[in-house]
Design a protein around this ligand. Structure first.
Ligand code: FAD
Length: 402
């Protein structure tokens, strides 16, 4: 019977391990954390991600996960409200984007996988290196319970995120995109005036606030790359004051009052890249390990889940039929070929908005005002929706066939 090691129990790794075990393939899932809540995780699921979980048969797991569905979206330019959208627009097809507790989702998926005898889960197990034989990855060196062990497999799948060890040790190469921003990320106590999402644009800044699954208000503040050191030197109070000056008075006052109640403020070093090949003999990368997505449009988690559906389609048949090395490697190459027509254009589309929104040149302000005036017209809104569609619905149909 074929054996697969999946390195990293994030959304990609947990769901792939579930699907393989459900289809009778022996799988060992390694996760360095003992508790899913210890690793920060993106939490907005879009129609693409929700549909992928449904395809996997995990709709029941998702239904039990705490969530917050935004029913109102408001966008502001220079603190003036431009638009307010209420309710569930038709284009979501009943799959309303929402902030979900990712730790609860992951616990639900591994609990479901654990009902399959082919599934083995090692928590607190860190992959430290790859084992090679004759130029082929044949296993993983794992540190677990204060000792190092060697595990062998027919295939190693790296779903170990943006700092992937499998990527680094497997001889993969990546090309990075140039991103002009980083994001300051924190939660503040709930503000009832924000039942959904607010987006504030203006003066070279972008701030997004939304109600999260735990009812607290999540704040994401885009800053120019390289300016966080200065911000940190100024201290949290100054930093909250900068944000407060940028938003409407209700949120501004709330931010000032939250000085002592900030939860886990941290800097997200924004990156976007993609490996030049997703597989080498014996190893395959999926999710962030293969392509770190820019935060624009909340794509990373959703794209990772779609990778998994396609990977299961290609891998399950060859793993069930004896896992011949050439067939396994050819399946890995087919996964890449099937995913690039979505991921390349999405990464391209993600690159533009930060350049306009964070533009500090003299023409940035007038350009944003002009654009904002256009975007509230019906033609502008149609254009926005046409451009948002690939982010919400994906490019092409991703269906589970195994
Ligand atoms: C602040 C922030 C906000 C985000 N918001 C969103 C959002 O709203 N919507 C969205 O779609 N995406 C969002 N993202 C991106 C999203 O979180 C990722 O794209 C997504 O989690 C990728 O899933 P993954 O399974 O590929 O990797 P990850 O979720 O990164 O999971 C990798 C797992 O591998 C484990 N691991 C790493 N190294 C090892 C090792 N050597 N051995 C064993 N285990 C290991 C890690 O502990 C982790 O559990 C956000 C990201 C950040 C940082």
């Amino acid at each position: 019977m074929a054996h697969v090691i999946v390195v990293g129990g994030g959304p990609a790794g947990a769901s792939l391990a579930f699907l393989l075990a459900d289809r009778g393939v022996e799988v060992t899932l390694l996760e360095r954390q003992r508790d899913f809540a210890r690793e920060f995780r993106g939490e907005v699921l879009l129609p693409t991600g929700i549909a992928a979980l449904e395809e996997m048969g995990l709709a029941g797991v998702l239904a039990a996960v705490p969530r917050s569905e935004p029913r109102v979206l408001e966008a502001y330019l220079n603190r003036q409200r431009l638009v307010r959208i209420e309710g569930e627009p038709d284009f979501f097809d009943g799959r309303m984007p929402a902030a979900f507790s990712q730790p609860a989702l992951l616990e639900g998926i591994v609990a479901e996988a654990a009902k399959r005898p082919a599934f083995r889960f090692l928590r607190g197990a860190t992959a430290r290196g790859l084992l090679h034989e004759g130029g082929r990855a044949v296993g993983v060196r794992v540190y677990s319970e204060e000792r190092e062990i060697e595990l062998h497999a027919d295939l190693v799948v790296g779903t170990d995120g943006r700092g992937s060890l499998v990527r680094a040790r497997g001889g993969f190469e990546a090309r990075a995109q140039d991103l002009p921003m980083d994001i300051v990320w924190c939660k503040v106590p709930s503000l009832d005036a924000i039942p959904g999402v607010r987006v504030y644009l203006g003066r070279g800044h972008l701030l997004i606030a939304y109600r999260s699954w735990d009812d607290r208000t999540q704040v994401a503040w885009a800053i120019l790359k390289g300016t966080f050191g200065e911000l940190r030197r100024q201290g949290i109070e100054r930093w909250l004051e900068d944000m407060a000056e940028h938003v409407t008075p209700d949120l501004g006052e709330h931010l000032r009052a939250s000085v002592g109640n900030l939860e886990h403020p941290f800097l997200l070093d924004c990156r976007a890249d993609r490996v030049t090949r997703w597989s080498v003999p014996g190893a395959l990368l999926l999710g962030d390990a293969a392509h770190v997505m820019s935060p624009v449009g909340a794509q990373g988690l959703n794209i990772a889940l779609r990778d998994v559906v396609v990977a299961a389609n290609e891998l399950v048949p060859v793993l069930r039929e004896g896992a011949a090395p050439d067939a396994v490697d050819a399946a890995g190459a087919r996964v890449e070929a099937a995913r690039l027509p979505e991921i390349v254009p999405i990464q391209r589309r993600q690159a533009l908005p930060p350049r306009v929104v964070l533009q500090r040149a003299w023409w940035g302000g007038p350009a944003r005002r002009l654009l904002a005036r256009f975007l509230v017209t019906s033609l502008g809104q149609r254009l926005v929706m046409a451009n948002a569609r690939p982010f919400l619905q994906g490019i092409g149909d991703v269906r589970l066939r195994v």
